[in-house]
Design a binder for this molecule. Structure first.
Ligand code: GLV
Ligand code: MN
Ligand code: MN
Length: 459
């Protein structure tokens, strides 16, 4: 704590020296509107790129379907890489498909990394990931425009396949960078039967070099990610900037209930092995067990695949996923153990089998206090109020925390809606977040120093 305080005074000084000065006295209502005056980043320039990006994978009902490793994603990546080159960044793609764009620093220091993702869920929106990715690009452009030199080299990153829809593994690119992906991940196939390895080839990469995507701890000074909140806390409290305290762990299982498909008219009710009836009870059991403990943990069954799937056949097989999320890994384990017991009881009573296999487990991560404080200071300097909050959504930042200290900035989401075409954050609120990212990068660039064990506050 003492070290932290010693580090904050130079930080405060750096804030005061950031050109040009912004009014730090703006409070209350004015704060939630954002003090656009004096912003270093260019909101209009940013919005133009966000609008263009939203054309890749656009859906008629609005929003996009731009799954990681798809034609739409590939085209969007080309667009973003073009913008990165125009901004003078040295662009490279690692063997996991992550895109990096480097701006040199003046000292021989590890890079400061910031970015997000541009892939989406099916029928997703135009803000999840896009804001942090093109926000990172806008930071680079603004630094160029204002001829700001940094001590650390800066890199923006666009992580590959964050949502993980068709390979059952989210946070893919950052997972490769963190070295947490198990063997066999590249053999997973999408709905067309194309393997992840083949997709990497289509993206110009050699899957045999996949492990080279790993980022060594200590080689990155820190990681920052700007993102929409995807919940309603900031909007409801009218606070423009969220300082993320931690990111939930996300655990996925695929479960299959196996009964016996039989004639719906001739099989008496007491002789049925109805896989769907069992799966329906299982869905409710998940909800009950998640709710059985107080606090913010969540659990979801997001789909069911029923076979054979006809009105007059008793369902013989149902596949359904279980997703559990919390900041505490032990709590997830505890709830999952109870759910499994409930599934065993249901299976017995319904005369079916229920089997679940783990598919993915992304560990929860805490953000670094030094990075949290830098974000608060940056927001204050931009005349923007902040609030600390946890992230219920998963982010590549949780993998980045395995190789570097990490922080995350949130901006409000209208109505708390996300993973939906109705996802929306107004341009001025996006700009608030990008300005805070810009200033946080500069504060951390000024304040971080390298120690033997990694990074600490300068003193
Ligand atoms: C990622 O967007 C997730 O939280 O599912
Ligand atoms: Mn998402
Ligand atoms: Mn996201």
């Amino acid at each position: 704590m003492k070290d932290l305080r010693r580090w904050l005074y130079p930080l405060l000084l750096a804030v005061l020296l950031l050109p040009p000065m912004v009014q730090t006295s703006a409070q209350g209502e004015k704060q939630s509107q954002g003090a656009l005056r004096g912003f270093q980043v260019n909101s209009q320039r940013l919005q133009q790129t966000l609008d263009k990006l939203s054309e890749f994978g656009r859906n008629p009902e609005g929003g996009v379907t731009r799954l990681g490793f798809s034609e739409a994603d590939m085209a969007a990546r080309e667009y973003v890489m073009g913008l990165m080159r125009q901004a003078g960044l040295a662009v490279r793609v690692d063997p996991a498909g992550n895109i990096f764009g480097r701006r040199p620093g003046t000292e021989n220091l590890p890079v400061l990394l910031f970015g997000s993702h541009i892939d989406s869920v099916p029928h997703g929106g135009n803000f999840d990931g896009d804001v942090g990715s093109l926000g990172a690009l806008e930071v680079m452009r603004a630094l160029n425009e204002h001829k700001v030199a940094t001590r650390h080299p800066l890199e923006m990153v666009v992580w590959s396949n964050e949502e993980g829809h068709h390979f059952g593994k989210g946070l893919f690119g950052s997972g490769a960078a963190a070295g947490v992906l198990g063997p066999g991940i590249l053999e997973r196939r999408d709905e067309q039967g194309v393997s992840l390895a083949d997709w990497l080839r289509r993206y110009g990469q050699d899957p045999a070099r996949f492990t080279e995507a790993r980022i060594r701890p200590g080689s990155v000074a820190g990681y920052l990610e700007l993102h929409i909140e995807q919940g309603a806390v900031l909007e409801e409290t009218r606070i423009p900037i969220g300082v993320v305290q931690g990111i939930v762990g996300i655990n996925w299982w695929t479960c299959v209930a196996t009964g016996f498909a039989n004639h719906a008219g001739t099989t008496p009710m007491n002789r049925r092995q109805d896989a769907l009836a069992a799966a329906a009870r299982a869905v409710l059991a998940v909800r009950e067990e998640v709710r059985a403990e107080p606090s913010r943990q969540v659990g979801t069954v997001g789909y069911m695949r029923v076979e054979p799937g006809a009105r007059n056949i008793i369902p013989g097989r149902v596949e359904f996923p279980v997703e559990l999320r919390d900041l505490e890994a032990a709590k997830v384990e505890r709830i999952w153990a109870r759910i499994r017991e409930r599934f065993a009881t249901i299976a017995r009573e319904e005369n079916v089998e229920i089997e679940c296999v783990p598919l993915a487990a992304d560990q929860p991560a805490r953000t670094d206090p030094v990075f949290q404080q830098a974000i608060r200071e940056a927001a204050q300097a931009a005349g923007l109020a902040t609030r600390d909050l946890p992230s219920g959504a998963g982010h590549d930042a949780q993998n980045a925390s395995r190789f570097a200290p990490m922080g995350m900035i949130f901006v409000p989401s209208r109505g708390g809606i996300s993973h939906s075409p109705r996802e929306f954050t107004p341009p001025e609120e996006v700009a608030n977040g990008v300005e805070v990212l810009y200033r946080s990068v500069l504060l951390l660039d000024a304040g971080l120093k390298r120690t033997e064990g990694g990074i600490a506050g300068a003193n």
